[in-house]
Write a protein that binds this ligand. Structure first.
Ligand code: NCD
Length: 314
């Protein structure tokens, strides 16, 4: 019997498997560039079950499946348009949908929801974000972007900026740093939105040098990557606290004056007020290239999980 592979957390992947996903992403890029359509997933169906809003993650997963010849069924807002509104549990929904499709991409507002789903699902579960927990496919595309921008995943200094407490893309990316050598991490956030202890312990265990600060300005001339994040308004229980921290950091032409020419600015998007549109045309603004890489990485992840590979890929 072949055991089912889920992708709930970055910890589900070995370093070798992540490198294999990068290789598959390079091939997927070629497929897209040549405007060819692969049929490796002919007859297979993916369900995207999203209980929270999404643009990039859902559309790129769906486009990825279609590019590989598979089919997609989807609910745009499972919280309102599935039987959840009638009180059905996530477990029951997963059990039922798992009988109709070959793979489920799940985004849910509860920490641990993807893990719970993977334990009862008959088909693979991909975690597309579980509340303030993890967002592994975003982190993989983030590191892939770093590799494409710099040609390597080692020897860089990164400032992770914004909501480090609730930002699930931050949490997964930190776990992914297990692959990187000789890196330095600056954790830049308001006091109230500091990175949770478990992730700091992880960095310590990996021997990764890190510093916490609430001052961005001083960092800018010294980093290769500004990884900016949105303050996760929907996770706050106090409007007062949100109002206090919501505009903590703004990246604009003035603030990046001292950023090195070879450095880049990343953001998982959506942005709210963190990055001014005036810098979109700056070659260092990598966030749209990053979002585009999401397509290739998700094509790669689907191939890796479903065990079907583009013919001739070696
Ligand atoms: C992120 C998310 O959903 O966690 N978005 C994304 O998938 N690119 C970031 C965010 O919502 O701030």
């Amino acid at each position: 019997m072949i055991t089912k592979r889920d992708l709930v957390s970055i910890n589900d992947l070995s370093n070798e498997e992540i490198k294999e996903i990068f290789r598959l992403a390079d091939e997927s890029y070629q497929i897209v560039k040549r405007q060819t359509r692969s049929n490796i997933f002919s007859g297979k169906i993916m369900a995207t079950l999203f209980y929270e809003p999404s643009t990039r993650t859902r559309f790129s997963f769906e486009a990825a499946m279609l590019k590989l010849g598979g089919g997609v069924i989807s609910t745009e807002s499972a919280k309102h348009f599935s039987s959840a509104i009638k009180g059905e549990s996530l477990e029951d929904t997963i059990r039922i949908i798992g009988g109709y499709v070959d793979i489920i991409v799940l985004r849910h507002y509860e920490l641990g929801a993807a893990k719970k789903a993977s334990e009862i699902s008959p088909v693979p579960i991909i975690n597309a974000g579980d509340g303030p927990g993890e967002h592994p496919t975003q982190a993989i595309l983030d590191l892939y972007t770093i590799k494409k921008e710099f040609g390597d995943i080692n020897d860089f200094k990164i400032a992770m900026i914004g909501d480090l407490l609730y930002g699930r893309t931050i949490h997964s990316l930190i776990h992914l740093f297990k692959l990187c050598k000789n890196i330095k991490v600056f954790l830049v956030s308001p006091e109230e939105l500091r990175l949770p202890e478990e992730y700091k312990s992880f960095l310590k265990d990996q021997g990764i040098e890190f510093y916490e600060t609430d001052l961005l300005g001083k960092m800018i001339p010294h980093v290769d990557i500004l990884y900016v994040t949105r303050i996760q308004k929907e996770r706050f229980t106090s409007q007062l606290l949100y109002d206090r921290v919501k505009n903590s950091f703004l990246i604009n032409s003035e603030s990046i004056r001292q950023l090195e020419k070879k450095s880049i600015i990343m953001h998982p998007l959506p942005r709210v007020n963190e990055i001014a549109r005036e810098i979109d045309s700056d070659s260092r603004a990598a966030y749209f290239r990053q979002a585009q890489n999401g397509l290739y990485i998700r094509m790669a992840i689907l191939q890796w999980i479903l065990g079907n590979f583009i013919a001739g890929s070696g």
